[in-house]
Ligand binder design. Structure first.
Ligand SMILES: [Zn+2]
Ligand SMILES: [Zn+2]
Length: 132
């Protein structure tokens, strides 16, 4: 049995959706692979993030590497080959990136918001960037 659509509820839904949209702050304006070593993302606020592939592999967000509920890492970084690289990168819509890593792992989708939080630069590590 389907309940009749409640117009008040529907308004509420759109309000929540609006908030969610406002939180989607991380948008890349440029993505560039730099050799076999790293990928560079230039964000729409001109912040530049360099992600070594090893760092990305270590932070793989997929369910095999990370506990979905606690976010705790399951992956043992010692099992990642020292010469890890990305063989292929795919852009997933306006949403994120996927990598085919040279250790044949490629199930993680790195959302742009997640990537922005992962930015390893000194500025972000100090927590100066607090958006998203
Ligand atoms: Zn993974
Ligand atoms: Zn940064």
């Amino acid at each position: 049995m389907r309940r009749p659509v409640n117009s008040h509820k529907r308004t509420e839904f759109y309000n929540i959706q609006g908030v969610v949209d406002n939180l989607q702050m991380a948008n890349p304006k440029g993505i560039e692979k730099i050799g076999a070593e790293k990928i560079r993302i230039v964000w729409d606020d001109d912040h530049v993030s360099d992600y070594p592939f090893r760092y990305l592999r270590e932070n793989c967000p997929c369910a095999l590497c990370r506990d979905e509920f606690s976010g705790r890492m399951i992956l043992d970084p010692k099992t990642i080959p020292a010469d890890i690289t990305s063989l292929r990168e795919s852009v997933i819509g306006h949403y994120g990136l996927a990598f085919s890593f040279s250790d044949e792992h490629g199930t993680g989708i790195y959302t742009f918001d997640g990537l922005r939080k992962l930015c390893p630069c000194a500025e972000c590590e100090k927590g100066i960037f607090t958006g998203v």
